[in-house]
Design a protein around this ligand. Sequence first.
Ligand SMILES: NC(=O)c1ccc[n+]([C@@H]2O[C@H](COP(=O)([O-])OP(=O)(O)OC[C@H]3O[C@@H](n4cnc5c(N)ncnc54)[C@H](OP(=O)(O)O)[C@@H]3O)[C@@H](O)[C@H]2O)c1
Length: 296
Amino acid sequence: MAFPKRLLLIGANGLLGRMVQESIPAHYDLATADLPKIDFLRPDTVAEALRKMEPEIVINCAAHTAVDACESEEAAARRINGDGPGLLAALARETRSVLVHISSDYVFDGDSAVPYREEDPPAPRCAYGRSKLAGERAILESGLERFFIVRTSWLYGPHGKNFVETVLRLAAEREELRIVSDQVGSPTLTDDLALALFRLLETDRFGIYHFSNEGSCSWHEFASAIVEGARARGQILKVREIKPIRTDEYPLPARRPPFSLLAKDKYRSATGCEVPHWRVALNRYLDRRFGSPEGK
Ligand SMILES: NC(=O)c1ccc[n+]([C@@H]2O[C@H](COP(=O)([O-])OP(=O)(O)OC[C@H]3O[C@@H](n4cnc5c(N)ncnc54)[C@H](OP(=O)(O)O)[C@@H]3O)[C@@H](O)[C@H]2O)c1
């Protein structure tokens, strides 16, 4: 492939999209698109952008990500998260582009006791998960051969709303936090996922991959580590107790998978790269946010 490679990033203003923009290696020629320029609810905008640019690579970070809203907006979720990636795959075939698409741990039911592998049967429990699975299937059925579908979980990072920032805000405002302790997964720093996407792109080992940070925790353990890490960096927080609660004590419209660890052997073997542990990634995030503890 000639350099620089023309890359179209869709969903460029979201949590992951912003980090992909920041992480882009020098040998890519980046064009970005987001609403309203590209809108999966208006397929003509997608077709026009791809046909006009004929990118060598398309990275799709756009999605309807409001998991609970998807329960009452399943038709729109299906069009954005299901039909949208299918259209992208058909256009990528036409323009001979490589497609990188992001999917989710929510395609699994969460009943497993061991980390999910790429070939495990999906069985989503909520509308968002069903719509993300529809997107994967649409790509697989499109006949496109050069694609990466990367399933990830529990994303957080510097650009936009996420669990880490919510915990930091609530811990500054309240004496008690009540956090779910019976859902286990792996937090994923957007920096590490963005890097992983470019590492996969350097290979020609197309297919479905899992990528999250290494290790596992419950939301309660994650919140405790966030508060501890912020205090170690000099933050004054009001919170005195972080109380573990069950999922049914904090009912939400969408059912979440209680266990969503993703096995990453396939990623490691394709790229030859190790995956940072979630505690290491969180420390990096907090260092950037507040300075390192040694510096205090
Ligand atoms: N966040 C997580 O914990 C998590 C976990 C697993 C997988 N994922 C997946 O990772 C990817 C990136 O997620 P994220 O957290 O970065 O999402 P995000 O911050 O919500 O960003 C999604 C982007 O898509 C855009 N978008 C929404 N509706 C659209 C439409 N109809 N047409 C075109 N663009 C549209 C949004 O624009 P507006 O902001 O203007 O609506 C936004 O820029 C998604 O595929 C998501 O399913 C996320």
